[in-house]
Ligand binder design. Structure first.
Ligand code: UDP
Length: 484
């Protein structure tokens, strides 16, 4: 392998194995799978991805089946959560499922340890309670993989203290929340599960923030150039805070179904064919991540705004979620009803020359890599942001839930890589922002230039000797000298 370390000094590492706990959501699975691929390709390390029974969607199954042989997956046993309130937040469900899995996980990790040279356990952001299982199973190292950015990590590491120093609700604060190295975040834009302190999900997040300190190290899917001040602060070791390694951007390098040349043309492939027929940088890609859906009213305004903008668009459409903005289909990316039925009357017919609508799911990284894609209207899920930056596509920010609102603040006011859609979400405003980005009017040109700069830094970091590659090398080098 060219430049790969497994031909060099780490060849002896070929038998090392890592177990990774993936809490629900394609946005968690995709970067952890990428981490596993990098460990295999560069260090000869094999991995087992441990997934929750609650997330066995068709999209996830297809994705897991497409992974290289060095990466196995094991579905953990189902957990009974029927005692939880019907309106329990996603974060609560994931955290409870994780805690209740500790005994089964301990057995599974012990089993892996009998067969493999298990050098480390990695859990993602809602999975720190599983460190208990790893410790009981005798796994020598426990890492937290943080699939989002250094701003969100800084917030969670400070949360146990903020819980004491800010007694009221974040959304009622007059001043933005100021944290070391971070862009000031208005209270209403702070992480969604922290917005109502009476809810269980808030307490869970405080709990996770405290438990992150039990990790031997924290691996973060971000890179210095996009949040340089936060990186500078976290680089300095602090008592009680594990060392932080920015190892990103780890983005999806392979879309499920890519290799199946014999498969009939799918709507997913059709969108790439459609892009082939569009001029360079002329299309805005519109997508709200693996589970995001808009309320009906916003969906209609977005349709009319795209039409009004006069720009070409490729839109991954899902049925609306009118239960607030937290997506009901987080656990299953496949939309259940015909999503096109919710669009304004005549919209599909009127825009058929300039727009393409795809139900549920598109090969996002391929769309972003396509020469015809010139902008990305995104919910600011961190994977989507990284994919956009790696492909040099400037963003229009339309955050929905999780940490997306604070990502939008960081991207617009910190990195300068996006323009945010105004809160009112009216069609004229949407059209104006889309035009600004696509035509390069107003802030559009500056954002485009900044994204080009970040693209270069992101890709440089992943090269041999680059910052992300060296950070991961440093982590793996500790395993070879270890006791297992
Ligand atoms: N994704 C995709 N096709 C889609 C929607 C999403 O391939 O139609 C992928 C996308 O490329 C990204 C992930 O799903 O890797 C979504 O992760 P993100 O963090 O952006 O958002 P989340 O799904 O966690 O809200």
């Amino acid at each position: 392998m060219e430049n790969g370390k497994c031909n060099g000094s780490s060849a002896s590492a070929a038998a090392m194995h890592v177990a990774m706990l993936v809490t629900p959501g394609m946005g968690h699975l995709i970067p952890l799978a990428e981490l596993a691929k990098r460990l295999a390709a560069r260090h000869g390390v094999t991995s087992t991805l441990l997934t929750f029974a609650s997330t066995a969607s068709a999209t996830q199954r297809e994705f897991l089946a497409s992974l290289p042989p060095a990466i196995e997956s094991v579905s953990l046993p189902p957990v009974d959560l029927s005692d939880l309130p019907a309106d329990a937040a996603i974060e609560t469900l994931m955290s409870e499922e994780c805690v209740r899995l500790v005994p089964a996980l301990t057995r599974i990790l012990s089993g892996i340890r009998e067969r493999r040279r298990l050098v480390a356990f990695v859990a993602d952001l809602f999975g720190a309670d599983s460190f208990d299982a790893a410790r009981d199973a005798g796994v020598p190292r426990r890492y937290l993989f943080f699939p989002t950015n250094l701003h969100a990590l800084t917030l969670l590491l400070h949360l146990p203290d903020l819980d004491v120093s800010i007694p009221g609700e974040f959304r009622d604060l007059d001043e933005p929340v100021r944290l070391p190295g971070c862009v000031p975040i208005p209270g209403k834009d702070i992480l969604m599960p922290l917005q109502d302190k009476s809810r269980a999900c808030y307490r869970w997040m405080v709990h996770h923030g405290a438990r992150y300190r039990d990790a031997d190290a924290i691996l973060v899917n971000s890179f210095d150039a996009v949040e340089p001040d936060a990186a500078k602060v976290l680089r300095h070791p602090k008592p009680g805070v594990p060392p932080v390694f920015p190892i990103g951007p780890l983005i999806q390098t392979h879309c499920a179904g890519d290799d199946d040349a014999a498969a009939p043309p799918s709507p997913r492939a059709a969108c790439l064919d459609w892009l082939d027929r569009q001029p360079d940088r002329s299309v805005i890609f519109v997508s709200f991540g693996s589970g995001g859906a808009l309320p009906t009213e916003h969906m209609r305004e977005l349709a009319l705004g795209l039409e009004l903008s006069g720009q070409r668009f490729l839109w991954v459409v899902r049925s609306p979620s009118d239960e607030g903005e937290v997506s009901a289909n987080y656990y299953d990316a496949e939309t259940k009803k015909n999503p096109f039925g919710y669009l304004p009357e005549g919209f599909v017919e009127r825009t058929k020359e300039v727009g393409l609508l795809v139900p549920s799911w598109a090969p996002q990284t391929k769309v972003l890599a396509h020469r015809a894609t010139g902008g990305f209207l995104t919910h600011c899920g961190w994977n989507s942001v990284l994919e956009s930056l790696v492909h040099g596509v400037p963003m229009v920010a339309w955050p929905l839930f999780a940490e997306q609102r604070q990502n939008a603040v960081m991207l617009t006011e910190g990195a300068g890589a996006a323009i945010r859609v105004p809160e009112s979400k009216g069609k004229e405003k949407i059209a104006a922002v889309v035009r600004e980005m696509m035509v390069g009017e107003g802030r559009g040109a500056a954002v485009r230039a900044k994204v080009a700069e970040l693209q270069k830094m992101a890709t440089d970091g992943l090269r041999d000797g680059g910052a992300a590659t060296s950070a991961l090398d440093e982590v793996v080098d500790k395993w070879t000298g270890g006791d297992n």
